[in-house]
Design a protein around this ligand. Structure first.
Ligand SMILES: [Zn+2]
Length: 134
């Protein structure tokens, strides 16, 4: 079958959540919490989508997380060819935050498995969150 490459680029305004990206470079993962209604956001949001307040605080996500779900990507899409035979995207709960990351353990994670989060660059140079079983 003949195919052709279709490249789609997005421009995302990141200036108000720049701390998140800087945090990844420092090995830290941040979410935000609305100071008005208490809602928590990961990925962090500069504005609360519940009460529309812009009075949010940065909160470092830490400690042990608990795996809630995961999915195995068997055929990496364009731009993720470095992942070779596939990768596992995992969602783990760290207190009030649900964080998505790449699983770095052996085989597949299990729901309820305890993990710690770390940051690092992937083979294409993009900063990511990784989960390692504890
Ligand atoms: Zn709010």
């Amino acid at each position: 079958m003949e195919s052709r490459t279709f490249i789609l680029k997005h421009v995302l305004p990141v200036s108000r959540v720049e701390r998140y990206w800087k945090g990844l470079e420092e090995g830290k993962i941040y979410g935000t919490r609305c100071k008005s209604c208490g809602a928590s956001f990961y990925p962090p949001q500069a504005d609360c989508s519940f009460c529309y307040s812009s009075d949010v605080e940065w909160v470092e996500v830490g400690g042990e997380g608990v795996v809630e779900c995961f999915t195995r990507i068997q055929r990496p899409p364009q731009g993720f060819e470095f992942a070779g035979s596939g990768y596992t995207i995992t969602v783990a709960r760290f207190g009030e935050f649900k964080v998505m990351g790449w699983f770095k353990g052996e085989g597949l994670p299990k729901v309820g498995m305890r993990v710690k989060a770390e940051t690092g660059r992937d083979e294409s140079g993009v900063w990511k969150v990784y989960f390692v079983p504890t």
